[in-house]
Design a protein around this ligand. Structure first.
Ligand SMILES: Cc1cc2nc3c(=O)[nH]c(=O)nc-3n(C[C@H](O)[C@H](O)[C@H](O)COP(=O)(O)OP(=O)(O)OC[C@H]3O[C@@H](n4cnc5c(N)ncnc54)[C@H](O)[C@@H]3O)c2cc1C
Length: 409
């Protein structure tokens, strides 16, 4: 190896010197080819898929996989194929279904529960029309129901104000928090390294990031970094993400079912959802006897995923109870038995974000689940893994998932 004398040393540019210093430091630490930051649905599956491609990966999460602050940290998330005219996601969901089932078999644990999904509306509208057209096109079973038929099948609910319904019988619910833990466990079992630490961009070497700075003061070097930080993405990259992500709170309620009454519990009632001028409501039957889920949607208050307290607001309690009084009168006086407060991570166009950092060629920004990302985890993970490794050349997806120029007002 050529040794540097003083003269040649002085010729080394500042940037080269930085690279040399960084590579010496990197060599002193356990290094991964890829560091994934965030063990939620997107980061966890990405890390697992990379590992299964044989890549040395370290997965870093500030609070651990499936934590209570993460968007993926709720007990349950819906998997549904109806996406109006966004057929890409219908195709992805159909792919995801097979992958979830294959992983259930591989891991010997149940994560998917078929409930069916009932979409309620005052009248047949464009959204229902395009959803039905996509379901028909991809041969996803579905039925258009009259209110009388809904009442006949589900006499435990009222159809007041309902003019029509669309039922998807084969969709259902995924165990979300448990799914994150299962993915992290599989990742570790396949030789992945996991660290609990907050990570931020560390030192740069020209147009590359050399390492991430960890909250214990150390640094972690790699050749590629995937920041799958969900609602935290804007905190990690405040300049690049400014105005591009909005994190509204969601209050989620679990109402006790009446003693001796299992009509609102899985498998006796489907997922349900309906819109109104305030944002609408959706929910799931009671799972594991934890209560009937009701989520009033539409809240616009921004939520800090690190510091805000997860206490439901009296206003949302009232909304949930008023809704029960109309749609599920049997439950209107039942107590709230559990609650969660979570935050969405909305992108400006509600498409996912998978893009390179504009100034750092080995840094990937992954997020923008926009209230529908969890179910796609297995497909998204493989897509990101292949993209990062330069194995995906799908220009259509690159365009859809690009970090858009628009911002929230
Ligand atoms: C109430 C609610 C209902 C939803 N319903 C559905 C549904 O029915 N179906 C569906 O498919 N989707 C649903 N979603 C959306 C879905 O849950 C999210 O899109 C998805 O879980 C996002 O995953 P993620 O990995 O991007 O983010 P997250 O799950 O939030 O994961 C990000 C992770 O990154 C970690 N992290 C962040 N910053 C750092 C850092 N600097 N250093 C280290 N670690 C860091 C966090 O600790 C966290 O674990 C819902 C979301 C909410 C909130």
């Amino acid at each position: 190896m050529r040794r540097l004398n003083r003269r040649s040393f002085l010729k080394v540019t500042g940037a080269q010197a930085a690279v040399l210093a960084l590579s010496r430091r990197a060599a002193a630490q356990p290094s991964s080819d890829v560091v994934v930051i965030g063990a939620g649905a997107f980061g966890g599956w990405t890390a697992l898929c990379l590992r299964e491609m044989g890549v040395p990966v370290t997965l870093v999460d500030a609070y651990g996989a499936g934590n209570s602050r993460a968007s993926s940290g709720g007990e349950t998330r819906q998997i549904r194929a109806g996406y109006e005219d966004r057929e890409l996601y219908t195709r992805w969901v159909l792919d995801a279904f097979g992958r979830w089932k294959a992983r259930e078999a591989e891991w010997g644990r149940r994560l998917f529960y078929e409930t069916g999904r009932l979409l309620l509306a005052p009248e047949w509208n464009h959204g229902l029309e395009t959803t039905k057209a996509a379901l028909d096109k991809y041969k996803v079973p579905n039925e258009r129901l009259t209110p009388e038929e809904v009442r006949r099948r589900h006499p435990q609910m009222s159809t007041e104000g309902v003019g029509v319904a669309l039922f998807e019988p084969t969709t259902g619910v995924l165990k979300a928090r448990e799914g994150c833990l299962a993915v992290a466990e599989a990742f570790r079992n396949k030789g992945g390294r996991m660290r609990i630490s907050r990570a931020g961009p560390g030192r740069r070497a020209g147009s590359r990031l050399a390492d991430v700075a960890l909250s214990d003061g150390s640094a972690l070097a790699a050749s590629t970094f995937v920041f799958a930080c969900g609602p935290w993405l804007g905190k990690v990259f405040p300049d690049v993400m400014k105005g591009k992500l909005f994190t509204p709170r969601r209050d989620v309620f679990f109402f006790g079912t009446p003693a001796g009454d299992d009509r609102f519990s899985y498998p006796n009632f489907p997922n349900y959802s309906e819109e109104d001028s305030g944002g609408g409501y959706y929910g799931f039957p009671s799972f594991d006897n934890r209560g009937f889920k009701v989520c009033p949607a539409g809240e616009k208050t921004a939520f800090d995923p690190d510091t805000d307290e997860r206490l439901v607001s009296p206003y949302q309690v009232k909304r949930a109870r008023d809704y029960l009084a109309v749609r599920f009168p049997v439950l209107k006086d039942q107590p709230v038995v559990e609650t969660r407060v979570c935050q969405l991570e909305m992108s400006v166009d509600e498409h996912f974000i998978v893009d390179r950092h504009p100034a750092l060629e080995n840094v990937w920004l992954v997020g923008g689940g926009s209230g529908h990302g969890y179910k796609h985890g297995p497909v998204m993970g493989e897509y990101v893994a292949r993209r990062v490794m330069g194995q995906d050349k799908s220009p259509e997806l690159e365009t859809v998932f690009r970090l858009k120029a628009q911002t929230f007002a």
